[in-house]
Structure formats: structure tokens, C-alpha cells
Design a protein around this ligand. Structure first.
Ligand code: GUN
Length: 288
């Protein structure tokens, strides 16, 4: 029987609706408007699309949106000055510096210059440490969106075997921490993992976050498992155009899995919805 399709687009719309309602209450009852600043260096087309979507959705839920588009050649000193100004701006509750940064900049240094309370990406070393020790933190948006969909589908995740394929700081590692926090038995697999097919086959939950188009076929999936596909890969079509695919071979996996997220329309929309939720959380925490 074909898997249930987890509709991330619809889920994200419901998250945005809830965030929008809470923003309206904050504005009405407390005169407070959550504000998000997004900083983009250079003119990478994919990053430009993300940033445009972030700004649009921020405004749609009634938040204050600021975009700083800087030349690729911006110096570290100038970027750090901007971050310092945003850290001290009471109208800004969330700061996101779009990654990857140009090569002449030290990403760790830049990310760690953001006030941890405004770090809506959850990438600051303080937030990484808080998450890793089970304390209140800002949680990275993509893993948070995956967790929300998993909790919605399963209810409790306690005791389930989860395999996270990919060990990035943005997705793989924080995803593993979140699943551990929900009492899963967690394996992090990566490019050096021995016998990846059998590791994946042992999982009740598979998180695919490697960035390799259709790398995980249905034959690796345990029947009935839940598959969350974080990959967004553009591959050529026969007509010379391109199409988006995930890290999972959807057509074979959908026949084996119990539930699966599609690409597009799965994890992607949840990431921005969680960014808005984090900005709301940052605003509420900043104002007691
Ligand atoms: N680039 C790709 N994904 C992300 C993300 O979640 N946050 C930031 N800041 N940059 C990204």
C-alpha cells in the first residue's frame, strides 16, 4: 500500500496562521510587533529567492521585516558592525544571516556575533550548547519543522529507531539532538558509514539530509517507516529544464514507507514557518 503523504505545505500554512493570530494579539494587547532582520551578501539566485520568500511571509503574518542586501565584497568589519546595530535595535527580535557566506568571511565568527536571544536560526554556539544539554534554546528551523511533522504523525516518538543521514550543523546534528530529546534511539549516518542500506533498513524514522539527489532508494526503507526528506536538489529533465527532487527516490520509497514527505511541498515550507515561530518566540522572551 502506498505511503501517507505528509503535507508540509498545508502544515506550514496552519503554523503561519497560528503565528499570525498570536502576532495580532501581541500588537493589539501590548503594542508589540515582532521584527525579523535578514542579511544577505552577494547575489546567489537561490539565496535571493529564499530571502524574498522569508520577507514576504514575515509581512504576511503581520511582523516587521527588514532586509539588508550587501555586496559580496562586504568586509567582516562592516558585517559585524551591522550585526551589532541589529543586536541593539529594540524593533528587531530575530536576526538571520543567510548562509553560505562568501569565502573571505568566517561564518562561525559572524554567527557567534549575533545576540543568542535574537539568533532565530539557532546556530549560535550558545544555542547549540543549550539544545545539546536539553535546555531552553532557539532551535534550528528545518529540524524543528521535521520534528513538528513527526510528532503530528506519530504522537509519541519514544523508543523509535531514528536514522539521520547527514551530519551538518544546520540539519543533521540538531535533528539528532531533537530526536534524542523525544526519546528516540538515534543513529547519525554519513558518507563514511559502513553498509548504509542496512543502517537505514533498521529505522522506524529516516531523516534524509545529505544533499544528494535521490540517493536513498525504496529498497533501503523498512516497510511502514516514516521518511522525512530534507533534500532540495535541482536535476536536469529531458526537455532541458530542471526539476526539484529530494535525497530519497520518492517513486520507490512511497511504495514501501508508511508515511513520506514529498519534494517540493514537504519540509521546505516548514522551514520558513518555523523561522516565523522562532521570531515570535524571541519577541515574547525579550518582553517577558
Ligand atoms: N541557508 C540554507 N539554509 C539556511 C538556514 O536555515 N539559515 C540560514 N541562515 N541560511 C541558510
Amino acid at each position: 500500500m502506498a505511503a501517507e503523504i505528509i503535507d508540509g505545505k498545508a502544515f506550514a500554512a496552519s503554523v503561519r496562521e497560528k503565528v499570525g493570530a498570536q502576532v495580532a494579539t501581541l500588537v493589539q494587547d501590548h503594542g508589540l510587533t515582532p521584527g525579523l532582520a535578514v542579511v544577505l551578501l552577494g547575489d546567489d539566485p537561490a539565496s535571493q529567492v529564499y530571502v524574498r520568500n522569508k520577507g514576504k511571509q514575515t509581512r504576511e503574518v503581520g511582523m516587521h521585516s527588514v532586509e539588508h542586501r550587501l555586496p559580496e565584497s562586504t568586509s567582516e568589519e562592516d558585517l559585524l558592525k551591522l550585526i551589532d546595530a541589529l543586536n541593539n535595535d529594540p524593533a528587531i527580535h530575530g536576526i538571520l544571516v543567510q548562509l553560505p557566506l562568501p569565502e573571505h568571511l568566517n561564518s562561525d565568527l559572524v554567527i557567534n556575533a549575533i545576540d543568542p536571544a535574537k539568533d532565530v536560526d539557532g546556530f549560535h554556539i550558545s544555542n547549540v550548547g543549550l539544545l545539546g544539554t536539553g535546555q531552553k534554546s532557539m532551535v534550528p528551523c528545518t529540524p524543528l519543522g521535521c520534528l513538528m511533522m513527526l510528532r503530528d504523525y506519530h504522537g509519541s516518538l519514544s523508543g523509535l529507531n531514528a536514522v539521520v543521514v547527514g551530519r551538518s550543523n544546520i540539519v543533521g546534528k540538531p535533528m539528532a539532538q531533537l530526536l534524542l530529546g523525544d526519546s528516540c534511539t538515534v543513529t547519525i549516518a554519513h558518507s563514511r558509514t559502513k553498509d548504509l542500506p542496512s543502517v537505514v533498513r533498521g529505522a522506524d524514522i529516516v531523516i534524509a539530509a545529505v544533499g544528494r539527489p535521490q540517493m536513498i532508494p525504496g529498497a533501503w526503507i523498512k516497510p511502514g517507516a516514516t521518511v522525512i526528506d530534507v533534500g532540495i536538489n535541482r536535476i536536469p529533465k529531458e526537455d532541458g529544464k530542471t526539476r526539484l527532487v529530494g535525497d530519497v527516490e520518492f517513486d520507490s520509497a512511497v511504495e514501501v514507507a508508511g508515511a513520506i514527505t514529498p519534494v517540493p511541498g514537504g519540509v521546505g515550507p516548514m522551514t520558513i514557518a518555523c523561522l516565523l515561530a522562532n521570531t515570535l518566540t524571541a519577541c515574547c522572551r525579550a518582553n517577558g
